[in-house]
Design a protein around this ligand. Structure first.
Ligand SMILES: Cc1cc2nc3c(=O)[nH]c(=O)nc-3n(C[C@H](O)[C@H](O)[C@H](O)COP(=O)(O)O)c2cc1C
Length: 200
């Protein structure tokens, strides 16, 4: 089983990636503790060229996309049946997800149009805002909406909606222990639910 984390910031190796890493580490740790083999993979969209969907409808003819950009290698990665869950981490931009996150999610329409390939996969979301209350919950809701369009199973942090972090925390984003805990709890829940699903 595999969990893929998508870091959808415009910036490489910043707060969004850091918080996602905490989440994925916890997912792996929880799985190991439960004797479950889960691999995790983090994909950072920053530096990649993933355009918005052109609505050309090429994907109505199969699991393919007409755009020859950096989304191409992600198609096989996401189509892998071993993938049990996807965690999308995005910075809050203007009260919602980044354009990188939206482009990524729009392009996943390929999988919906080819037999709902994400159906029953686990979906989790992380939002990192510059302000403590800068729209993280709204952002997560928007990501969850896309996941529901795929008929994914939405997983929260066991208490609220998912990972909610504060990039400009006075102690730096690495010092936002409350936010980091929500991301870790999301990872833990992803692994727990994956284990339950495996047990049937
Ligand atoms: C275009 C843009 C819009 C932003 N809008 C918001 C916002 O609405 N609310 C908020 O809390 N932070 C906002 N921010 C701040 C980012 O969410 C914050 O700096 C975040 O930690 C960036 O993630 P990164 O460190 O992974 O790049 C905005 C940043 C940018 C560049």
């Amino acid at each position: 089983m595999k969990i893929i984390g998508i870091a959808a910031s415009a910036r490489k190796n910043k707060s969004t990636r850091f918080v996602l890493e905490q989440c994925l580490k916890e997912a792996r740790r929880t799985a190991e503790g439960a004797g479950l083999s889960i691999t995790v993979e983090l994909v950072e969209l920053a530096g990649l060229n993933v355009n918005g969907c052109l609505a050309c409808d090429a994907c109505k003819k199969g699991v393919l996309c007409s755009q020859q950009d950096d989304y191409q290698p992600l198609i096989a990665k996401l189509a892998d049946p071993d993938v049990v869950g996807i965690i999308l981490a995005t910075p809050v931009y203007m009260g919602s997800m980044s354009s990188q996150a939206k482009a990524f999610l729009d392009r996943t329409v390929i999988f919906r149009r080819n037999g709902f390939m994400f159906r029953n996969k686990l979906g989790g979301a992380i939002a990192v805002g510059g302000s403590r209350n800068g729209g993280q919950e709204l952002t997560i809701q928007a990501v969850h909406a896309a996941m529901m369009i795929h008929d994914m199973i939405i997983v929260g942090d066991g208490d609220h909606f998912g990972g909610i972090a504060w990039g400009n925390h006075p102690d730096g984003y690495q010092g936002d222990m409350v936010g980091i805990a929500t991301a870790r709890n999301l990872g833990c829940r992803m692994a727990e639910v994956a284990r339950m699903m495996r047990a049937g």
